[in-house]
Ligand binder design. Structure first.
Ligand code: DAH
Length: 339
């Protein structure tokens, strides 16, 4: 009997199956009720009492080995099956699926296009900036809270180097190397030390606009804002300006547009006020012109800045900011038709 067990053990160890049917045949041959191992179990009754212990152990070993081997072969087929699941070998290679433009890029391009038609050209600056271009040159007082570690990402080893918190930094980059007329639009990514949630992120996108020339007035600013709002949100859109404060503009204002979701009647999105805030703006503070080498007695200017996520939310009602950076293609594909 021991010889028979050893022979079966060798057989079991060498088992191979090319497909699930072959594997089932092996299972029947060795492990079914009428299989070879059960047959030995039946014969076990006739084994002499003094050999029972050893033969019993060997038989159990054989049974376990056989079960393990069959299970291992089965697993191999199953994992092969799941690997194949996604592959359709008959599928045509064409058309090749194309990516879609990101919603933030669609809206950014729309903003650039509107300002482009008004004569603004694109200017860009670095995302890793220094204190001067982000704060000092823009008239931020030494103790302004935006300079706080809690709002700004500083490079630890070098407190003068930081991730820009707004694209207004590009204003000073451009003014320090050029003289008016300056008419620029600056799109880009900005960073703030915020806890990530559905309505805040540690990075987002802004567009800054700056116009400096002789005799630029608040009226020019208002007219450009109205035109922008109508182009972006539709001809019926109304705007209103509320007095505000920014270190780099004086006077400063925030602009609301009539809520484009309810048409100004009031809805949960506009908190039933009929208005939603979309940007900050103002006349460039003479200190800023002077800090950047422009004569404030000869020139004046206006500036404005807006968040691209905010404008995109208004246009497409994206409820969770995090979706913009999760790269979920189901979300991104929704904007396929938008450009
Ligand atoms: N930099 C401001 C911010 O990040 C936005 C802003 C407000 C830009 C007023 C401007 C401006 O140019 O005039 O919140």
């Amino acid at each position: 009997m021991i010889a028979k067990i050893n022979q079966l053990l060798q057989e079991v160890e060498a088992l191979k199956a090319a497909n699930a049917e072959e594997l089932e045949a092996l299972r029947i041959k060795y492990l079914s009720k009428k299989g070879a191992i059960n047959e030995l179990m039946t014969d076990f009754r006739n084994v002499a009492a003094d050999q029972k212990k050893e033969v019993g152990m060997r038989l159990n070993e054989l049974k376990n080995k056989a079960q393990e081997k069959i299970a291992a072969l089965k697993e191999q087929f199953e994992s092969q099956d799941s690997d194949c699941e996604d592959i359709d070998l008959t599928r045509s290679a064409y058309p090749i699926p194309l990516g879609t433009r990101h919603p933030l890029s669609i809206v950014k391009n729309e903003i650039i296009d509107i300002f482009g038609r008004l004569g603004f050209s694109i200017a860009e600056g670095p995302e890793i900036e220094d204190d001067w271009h982000v704060f000092s040159a823009l008239n931020f007082p030494e103790d302004h809270p935006a300079r706080d570690m809690q709002d700004t990402f500083f490079i630890e080893s070098h407190p003068d180097i930081l991730l820009r918190t707004h694209t207004s930094s590009v204003q000073s980059r451009v003014m320090e190397v050029s003289q008016p007329p300056i008419r620029i639009i600056c799109p880009g990514r900005v960073y703030r030390n915020e806890a990530i949630s559905y309505r805040a992120h540690c990075f987002f996108h802004q567009v800054e606009a700056l116009y400096v020339d002789k005799n630029v007035s608040f009226t020019d600013l208002k007219q450009v804002l109205l035109l922008f709002a109508k182009e972006m949100f539709g001809a019926d859109t109304k705007i209103r300006l509320r007095p505000s404060y920014f270190p780099f503009t004086e006077p400063s204002a925030e602009m609301d547009i009539s809520c484009n979701i309810c048409g100004g009647k009031g809805c949960p999105f506009c908190k039933h006020t009929g208005w939603v805030e979309i940007l900050g703006c103002g006349m460039v503070d003479p200190n800023v012109l002077e800090s950047n080498g422009i004569d404030s007695k000869v020139y004046s200017g206006y500036a404005l800045g807006m968040g691209i996520e905010r404008i995109t939310n208004l246009k497409y009602q994206v409820k969770d900011l995090r979706m913009f950076s999760e790269n979920d293609t189901r979300f991104l594909k929704e904007f396929e038709a938008a450009y």
